[in-house]
Write a protein that binds this ligand. Structure first.
Ligand code: SF4
Ligand code: SF4
Length: 400
């Protein structure tokens, strides 16, 4: 069979077993491969080497303040995957051949932790006599393959690129990591309970920012991936794997998977004119309503893939022999975050929640010409008070 031309946009088919070859090929090229894996009842990103490291047979149930990992109960039909969640019974019915690998939606972690880590040492020094001698900080900037990246998190990378690399002041730590990244995206086959990427036009299909993008198709007994080439680097990796040109029926099956995921999405955010609407409503009574529920815990900012704010802490060890300057994620929900020479400028939960939401959907547009929200829904699932930004915005819109 003639091999397809592996130009950008070319679509080929990898059978399920060939996915292991893809993981191997990335590792052989010197990439540390991080992808979805199950740890402590959640899908998180960590190092993956074998197919079995991936969340085979798992799905999730998400809602406001809710995240549950469950075994799949798969009912398949031609060209599309239909998943139902029914707990214990599903474990008995889902055989290995009926289990999808990417049947979950977003987990609590985004890829932010690899590109913009929660804590990095930016400077350190050791005591030498009466002075200090600077030391290398030893940052890990090895080649990194991000495997199984959802469309919303591709947009996350685009947002972080804009903020931390392509603006007037590039963050050298981010840039060093970002330039060594290879991205294998996976199109969503089902929408999570808190997703609203379709209304943000950031998903569920990967449209940019990937080297390879896969769509998983479980068609009766056949389990395969339609893989789209997104870059020369992607084509080079793919060319060494056993693949075949995607036939019309296979391409249509893959397209159907993504269409159905978009149709399942239960939440949406109407962003037309949202910036102006929020600017007009600084004193809307809904800010008081949400403030009465918000714990100002900052969970939403920690799980949010695009929240990039950080603080700097200086410390010495207890013996005073080593000094370190550390950069750490910070949150606009902490009191100290806006402490200035005349005190804290956002004392109330009302002002802090309003700041967060208005930045995401308003000032971010003024600053970076894009929204600071990608519609991943993590802040909804991981808010202990079940606060849902789509609902909060809709209440302001309703009377704004
Ligand atoms: S909105 Fe929810 S997650 Fe965010 S600070 Fe308030 S209580 Fe915490
Ligand atoms: S604001 Fe919420 S939905 Fe939007 S990107 Fe952040 S975590 Fe995801």
């Amino acid at each position: 069979m003639a091999r397809p031309s592996l130009e950008n946009g070319a679509q080929v088919v990898l059978e399920r077993a060939a996915l292991q070859h893809l993981l191997d090929a990335l590792r052989q090229r010197g990439y540390r491969v991080v992808g979805p894996t199950v740890r402590e009842n959640a899908v998180v990103f960590d190092e993956v080497a074998r197919l079995e490291d991936l969340p085979i047979g798992w799905t999730d149930e998400q809602g406001a303040g809710t995240y549950r990992l469950k075994k799949q109960s798969d009912k398949t039909r031609f060209g599309a995957v239909v998943l139902s969640v029914d707990g214990v019974a599903s474990e008995k019915t889902a055989g290995p051949s009926g289990q999808t690998i990417f049947g979950y939606a977003t987990g609590p972690q985004s890829l932010k932790k690899f590109l913009h880590p929660a804590e990095i040492c930016v400077w350190k020094a050791k005591r030498r006599g009466r002075g200090f001698e600077p030391q290398t900080t030893g940052a890990d900037v090895s080649k990194l393959a991000l495997f199984g990246v959802r469309a919303c998190d591709l947009q996350t990378i685009a947002v972080l690129d804009r903020v931390l690399m392509n603006g007037g002041h590039a963050d050298s730590a981010y840039k060093a990591r970002r330039e060594k990244v290879f991205v294998v995206a996976v199109n969503c086959a089902r929408a999570g309970g808190t997703c609203f990427c379709a209304s943000m036009k950031t998903g569920p299909k990967a449209t940019h920012g990937f080297d390879l993008a896969m769509t998983e198709v479980l068609d009766g007994k056949r389990h395969y991936f339609v893989v789209e080439v997104g870059s020369k680097a992607g084509a080079a990796v793919l060319s060494g794997l056993p693949h075949a040109p995607a036939q019309k029926a296979e391409r249509e099956a893959a397209a159907r998977v993504v269409t159905e995921a978009a149709q399942q999405m239960g939440r949406q955010l109407d962003v037309a004119g949202i910036k102006e609407l929020l600017y007009r409503n600084y004193e809307h009574p809904r800010w008081d309503d949400v403030a009465a529920r918000c714990l100002t815990c900052g969970n939403c900012t920690m799980v949010c893939p695009t929240c990039f704010c950080n603080t700097i802490e200086d410390a010495t060890d207890i013996a005073g022999t080593e000094a370190r300057r550390v950069r750490k994620w910070d949150s606009c929900f902490t009191l100290a975050f806006t402490y200035t020479h005349f005190g804290n400028i956002r004392m109330s939960p009302r002002s802090r929640y309003r700041q967060w939401l208005t930045h995401k959907l308003g000032w971010w547009v003024d600053q970076f010409d894009m929204f600071g929200c990608v519609g991943c829904g993590r802040c909804i699932a991981w808010c202990p008070a079940k606060i849902d930004l789509t609902e909060e915005v809709s209440k302001v819109v309703a009377s704004g």
